[in-house]
Design a protein around this ligand. Sequence first.
Ligand code: EPU
Length: 418
Amino acid sequence: MEKLTIEGGGALKGEINVSGMKNSALPIIFATILLKGDSVIKNIPLVSDVLNALEILREMGAKIIVLDSHSVLINTDDISSEIKAYVLISKMRASSYLMGTMLARFGHAKLPMPGGCNFGVRPIEQHLNGFSQLGAVCNEENGFVSISTKNPLKSTKITLDKISVGATINIVLASVFISGVTIIENVAIEPHVDDLIHFLNSAGAKIIRYGRRIFCEGVKELHGVEHEIYPDMIEALTYLTFVGAAGGEILLKDTNTEHLSYVLDIFTKMGADIRKTKREVKFCSYSSLNGINVTTAPYPLFPTDLHPQFASLLCFSKNGGIIKEEIFPTRFAYVGELQKMGACIVQGNGYIEILPSKLHQATVNATDLRAGAALICAALATHGVSTINNVNYIVRGYEDLTNKISSLGGKIKLLKGE
Ligand code: EPU
């Protein structure tokens, strides 16, 4: 297993190009199952989850040609309706998008329960309820999900009980060919939902989102397109936590500052100096930021995928703060690892209180993707050499991490483990 060593304690300074958004690329790659002909997807982030998604399609018989470092051509015309890449599917949450796409294209899908980052129970009943309301029969048995329909699916109005990115995307994917207008209410409005809608509409779909309501008018078929993935908002914000904790300045390029605006306002309240244009953010902070309390919530509010990194940042703030986790109430496995570095964090039911603390070097274990990013944040801001194990989690979602951190002056090394 690979590990990272980070010699922290120095300020960071430099610029990075933000990569394409993992959580956009994944549904868009699986959505090519709905398209006829060649599609070219650009700004693909080179992260392991995305490479695994491409591999799943390849194993199903898709033609995948790498055009350049961040563009691929995908053609799924000849794929099989039988899914075999069980191991990869069961490692990845986004493989659940095979349910919606296979149902729409073949009328049936059978796959292992999707995996993904492990922070408690991650149910899929909203996805399955949606498919059932469209007329499909869904069964969960022996770790597999089967969805099928004998008759054409029927358009209807579906209201999600809980805002869910995955359920919103899966029901949209299942609905694109259904005659009439499918209405989905209480939907997630994350930028990756809009990126998928943008992609599908370019391919000929008729989907409109008004606030938390989506109208999907069925079309007969979708054609191949060229599409550029939106920039990764979580990657961009993660780098701001690194610089906010270690001190320094960073220019984020190729980003979309509208997607970042809620958190940028928080950083400003904490005392960071922020200048932005539509595509770039200049962030500067050479002294400890002020503490603040935040609560995670669906977009456009504070993202759960920034919570662990923000907890690390708050360890180095003037007066700490409280983070309430409202999306995944048990997303706290990283806390024990930060405590190994001396972080003073008190855990309550669904929240943590972070007190400013002097951290020291330690050997710690990434427990999931964003937890790994949190440990990098802490290590960069802490004097001495820290070691972070389980890099395999971190490369699921951060492209070219060691080079990007090195370009900011961070002393980071990727080592092969024993
Ligand atoms: N939920 C249900 N039932 C469902 C689906 C969701 O109760 O059928 C609950 C979840 O347990 C959670 C909430 O609804 O409490 C929101 O979950 P959501 O469905 O939105 O999450 P997801 O689609 O499984 C995506 C991202 C996650 C990100 C969440 C929340 C992908 C591949 N994953 O997961 O990303 O944390 O949305 O924004 O898009 C990450 O990138 O590190 C990551 C974990």
